[in-house]
Design a protein around this ligand. Structure first.
Ligand SMILES: Nc1nc2c(c(=O)[nH]1)N[C@H]1C(S)=C(S)[C@@H](COP(=O)(O)O)O[C@H]1N2
Ligand SMILES: [Mo]
Length: 417
């Protein structure tokens, strides 16, 4: 058995040596890894902060009331979330590439330090890959996963932040080694057998500096080449998608699933009436909007809604999946409707759709949105009656809310008791 393991070890070492030899291009230097690591850390933090904001907007804790204003804020934070998540794909791949040979170091574990390092890296790589793939699947509307995307994406985000902190802690000696040197000295140090390198910076599996390696200018060039390639890929991906939320670049957004201006009434649709199993008969003349208050209830037809005082307001749809667009909505202010059932103080509400299945059919609306003067029960989009796919006969549109809460095909507005 011991002989077999030894042979297996020799075998593996041979393969690993081969891989290392073929992949020991100068771009794969610790400095490349550190630079990409910093960029990755910034992008991950941006995703984490904007993601938490999106989560809190969708599930506000009782002790926290977020303002609906400015109405464009969620467009910016969620557009940034998705853009940063897309841009980090090449950075992540570049960083994995830069450390790839070390994954084949033999023996894989040389002591407690390396065990800890390997374990945190395994956790980190697994979570970051899963998190990014899930996010991209969601952006592409490929809901192949059998679980709640939001809950799993959030849970993984916490694991990811924890694993990143652990990883940084374990790698602190290496990182500190690079911070202690000025950039100019760092370049020199990499060319020579690096006496300035902090002792702790050399992990057992990092091969010691090889004096036969190419000279400094070439090394700098290929490191620059590696970073340039990653930067170019990130830039290209960003340009080809960011127009989904940043309208001026809309025409470039060839890789985005939704593009501004494309859809019925010039606005993309996230889920059509057919997909939501809402039919034109549901939205026929028999349709009534039920208003259920604490004292009174009321049923209003679309015609009756049209005879109430109307408002025209420009508000964005900002989808959690990254696309967003400003649009002109017309309809009745929600707070005016609530006054009709003697609800003056802008209470918390539950909104229900004619759509019966799925998580989007019922939405909780906190009082801050219910009493906001810009919150509409929209009947029109761009001056025309709502298209069925945009929620005809009536939908809600409120400032600063994730698109998923802008319930279409409304049927009931109920004051929470
Ligand atoms: N009833 C219902 N309302 C809904 C949805 C849905 O699937 N069902 N999708 C939501 C999502 S995710 C978004 S982004 C917006 C998009 O509105 P639009 O399709 O009119 O552009 O509607 C929201 N309202
Ligand atoms: Mo959405």
């Amino acid at each position: 058995m011991a002989g077999f393991t030894a042979r297996l070890g020799d075998r593996f070492e041979g393969v690993a040596d081969g891989l290392r030899a073929r992949s020991s291009t100068p771009g794969r230097r610790t400095r490349t890894t550190v630079v990409l690591g910093r960029v990755l850390a910034v992008l991950l933090l941006v995703c984490f902060a904007t993601g938490l904001y999106s989560h809190v907007l969708q599930t506000p804790p009782s002790w926290l009331t977020l303002s609906p204003d400015p109405a464009w804020l969620y467009r910016v934070t969620q557009g940034t979330h998705v853009a940063a998540g897309i841009a980090l794909v090449p950075v992540l791949l570049g960083k994995l590439w830069s450390v790839f040979p070390r994954l084949f170091a033999w023996p894989p574990i040389t002591g407690l330090g390396s065990l800890l390092e390997r374990a945190t890296i395994a956790l980190l790589v697994a979570t970051v890959l899963l998190e990014v793939v899930l996010g991209l699947m969601n952006v592409a509307q490929w809901y192949a996963f059998p679980f709640s995307f939001r809950r799993v994406h959030l849970a993984l985000a916490w694991v990811l932040i924890g694993a990143t902190l652990l990883h940084v802690a374990v790698k602190l000696p290496v990182i500190a080694g690079f911070w202690r040197r000025s950039p100019r000295r760092a370049q020199g140090a990499e060319a020579s057998p690096a006496p300035a390198r902090a002792p702790a910076a050399t992990w057992p599996e990092q091969s010691p500096p090889d004096p036969s390696r190419p000279t400094a200018p070439e090394e700098t060039l290929s490191r620059r080449g590696a970073l340039l390639a990653v930067g170019a890929a990130a830039g290209a991906l960003t340009l080809a998608t960011v127009g989904q939320s940043f309208t001026p670049l809309g025409p470039l957004a060839v890789l985005a699933p939704r593009r501004p201006g494309i859809g019925p009434q010039g606005l993309p649709v996230n889920r059509t009436a057919a997909e939501a199993e809402v039919s034109a008969t549901d939205a026929s003349a028999d349709w009534r909007l039920s208003l259920v208050g604490r004292q009174r209830t009321l049923e209003l037809s679309r015609r009756q809604l049209e005879t109430l005082p109307q408002a025209e307001i420009a508000l964005p749809i900002a989808c959690v999946e990254g696309w967003s667009q400003q649009a002109q909505w017309g309809g009745v202010r929600l707070r005016d409707l609530l006054r009709l059932i003697d609800e003056q103080d802008g209470p918390d509400l539950t909104l229900s759709s004619m759509q019966t299945r799925g998580a989007f059919s019922v939405t909780a609306m906190p009082g801050v949105y219910a009493r906001h003067p810009d919150t509409l029960i929209a009947l029109r989009l761009g001056g025309e009656p709502l298209h069925l796919d945009h929620g005809y006969p009536a939908r809600v549109i409120a400032p600063g809310r994730p698109g998923v809460m802008q319930t279409k095909w409304l049927r009931r507005i109920e004051v929470d008791t």
